[in-house]
Design a protein around this ligand. Structure first.
Ligand code: ZN
Length: 262
């Protein structure tokens, strides 16, 4: 058996010509990639301590991908025609696992399963999990996270998790969704990370589980870093024309919405 054939089966996509109308993402893709690359030296990426090192590239994924807005409630739907009733529990397990760490990641983002839908949804903070043929010999992606956002920001407005129809093993479905959800919290792929260290690792082989059902301690630490960086970026925004007068009062963290909502 040729090992080379069984490589990477998860990946991220932030732009494609999709059936969604009104997405600004494709027009901003160059900006997104550029910002992501430059953001690495701007914010500390190693969140570990000597006791539990989360070194980026070894046991932790870097961050810099788009994120759901802090404190948002993501409405999660499954495309009804794409999944059997037997598959649904395997898709919901990683949702619960990511939702369970909403406090410890500092994101304050909740994932609310809303049921099945007859069509993909592009409402604010909506996430649709569906199937679409995406695997090919070049990319070898078994699943993808397709983020759509407001132009000029790295905040996810709505997103789709695409799962290739040939990815059918129930446990591998869990692994794939766990991985793609991590992208929505700002995490990038870490295909060279050690097994079990991060959910952002890859499936070594299509339909073979990697036993990753949700975020690891290093994933939680990195998401915390991603949302801290988000706060810093907001804090570094250009000054207002009429700067507010300092009242001598410390701002209360997380007291103010970090991202302008529409
Ligand atoms: Zn990925």
């Amino acid at each position: 058996m040729r090992k080379r054939f069984n490589q990477q089966v998860t990946e991220t996509r932030v732009c494609e010509s999709s059936h969604f109308r009104g997405s600004h993402l494709c027009r901003t893709i160059g900006f997104v990639v550029f910002i992501s690359m430059l953001s690495f030296p701007a914010f500390p990426q190693n969140a570990g301590s000597s006791a539990s090192p989360c070194n980026v590239g070894e046991r932790a994924a870097a961050f810099g991908f788009w994120t759901w807005a802090s404190e948002s409630r993501v409405k999660v739907y499954l495309l009804a025609k794409d999944f059997s009733s037997e598959e649904i529990p395997y898709l919901l397990t990683p949702l619960r696992n990511w939702d369970a760490v909403w406090k410890s990641t500092g994101s304050q983002v909740r994932l609310d399963y809303k049921g099945t839908t007859a069509a993909p949804l592009d409402c604010q903070n909506c996430l649709t999990i569906m199937r679409r043929p995406i695997f090919n010999e070049q990319t070898r992606h078994g699943s993808e996270f397709e983020a759509h956002g407001e132009q000029g920001t790295q905040i996810v407005s709505y997103a789709v998790i695409l799962i290739d129809p040939r990815l059918t093993n129930p446990k591998a479905l869990t692994n794939a969704v766990a991985h793609e959800l991590g992208h929505g919290f700002g995490l990038l792929d870490c295909y060279l990370c050690k097994d079990g260290s991060t959910v952002m690792n890859k499936l070594k082989k299509m339909n073979t589980s990697n036993d990753m059902e949700g975020p690891t301690p290093c994933d939680i630490a990195q998401v915390r870093g991603a949302y801290k960086a988000l706060r810093i970026r907001v804090a570094q925004a250009p000054p207002a024309r009429n700067p507010p007068v300092d009242q001598g009062e410390e701002p209360v963290e997380d007291d103010t919405p970090l991202v302008p909502r529409q």
